[in-house]
Design a protein. Structure first.
Length: 74
């Protein structure tokens, strides 16, 4: 049986480490979802909108912006 997180059996340090890991993983998943959305939007611009140059610039700029934003908040 699993021990609840609020239980006094779990040391505070272990609980803190678990929460930090959970938040880091959540940020990684959010980054992945946002990046996939950005790539799909760029593909739509390139192929459906016939604007490949803008799609490449938006893709590179958006990727750099995502990397910087997630690096700063960590």
């Amino acid at each position: 049986m699993a021990t609840p997180l609020g239980s006094p059996d779990i040391p505070a340090q272990e609980l803190r480490e678990h929460q930090e890991t959970f938040h880091s993983f959540s940020k990684l998943v959010l980054f992945a979802v946002l990046h996939v959305t950005l790539v799909l939007a760029c593909l739509a611009l390139a192929f459906l909108g016939h604007i490949p140059v803008l799609a490449v610039l938006l893709g590179l700029g958006g990727t750099l912006a995502l990397l910087v934003a997630f690096a700063v908040t960590s």
